[in-house]
Write a protein that binds this ligand. Structure first.
Ligand code: PGA
Length: 237
């Protein structure tokens, strides 16, 4: 299984990196950092077998986009992957399915692995629209990709109502979404298989149970990744 941490807009310290890098990992662990820390910590993380990621990129390659970072800039400071379309980006920065799609293309053309975040709102969940919403987000994000590019992407299923709330869906509910995403991709891309993660209040207490979810390939972890002991407990659970 794979374990991706998302540091969000939180400070990263030398102490945290030292502690995390006391262990070595099998490149099945990745850490998405605030952009200003990537250059400082990329080498140490890679030496410990941890993939390095950014939390966002701009969809254009360069130009007059004050404050933004392109895929090639992130690649040049050592990123292996990039989170795209996290629900906080969709909510606070107006990232639509179309922008997410453009960012996926930008990441691929910079040789960054896109970790594409999808997930339904609480309203959609309560209305029983989860599969419909997620399928639509997935298909729009990967529109126009070549079948051989599917191997290079990851889909992270994160119900918006589960992020940072301590609430998690039932395993059977996540299982239904994982299978829907995999079948959708399989059907549209010549039998290709895509990797699917679960994210949303995954922690050291519930990881063992969540790992029972059929066909799940790993986790995207927010809050709990900022505590090395908790992060390692999730990885080993
Ligand atoms: P959480 O965040 O683990 O704190 O719920 C997950 C995420 O936002 O990716």
């Amino acid at each position: 299984m794979q374990f991706f941490g998302n540091f969000k807009m939180n400070e990263v310290t030398d102490e945290y990196i030292d502690k995390l890098c006391e262990n070595t990992y099998e490149k099945n662990v990745g850490l998405a950092l605030p952009a200003c820390y990537i250059d400082r910590y990329a080498k140490r993380l890679k030496d410990a077998g941890i993939l390095v990621g950014a939390e966002n990129l701009h969809e254009k390659a360069s130009g007059a986009y004050t404050g933004e970072l392109s895929g090639s800039m992130l690649k040049n400071v050592g990123c292996d992957f990039v989170l795209i379309g996290h629900s906080e980006r969709r909510k606070y920065y107006g990232e639509t399915n179309e922008i997410v799609h453009q960012k996926v293309l930008a990441a691929l053309s910079s040789k960054l692995k896109p970790v594409i975040c999808v997930g339904e709102s609480e309203r959609d969940y309560l209305d029983g629209k989860t599969l419909k919403v997620v399928k639509n987000q997935v298909l729009k994000a990967v529109k126009d990709l070549y079948s051989n590019e599917i191997k290079g992407i990851i889909i992270a299923y994160e119900p918006v109502w589960a992020i940072g709330t301590g609430r998690v869906p039932k395993n059977s509910e996540v299982e239904a979404v994982v299978s829907c995403i995999k079948e959708t991709i399989n059907k549209h891309f010549d039998g290709e298989n895509v990797q699917v993660l679960y994210g949303g209040s995954c922690n050291d207490k519930n990881a063992k149970e969540l790992k029972q979810i059929k066909d799940l390939d790993g986790f995207l972890i927010g809050g709990a990744c900022m505590d090395v002991a908790k992060f390692n407990t999730i990885i080993k659970a």
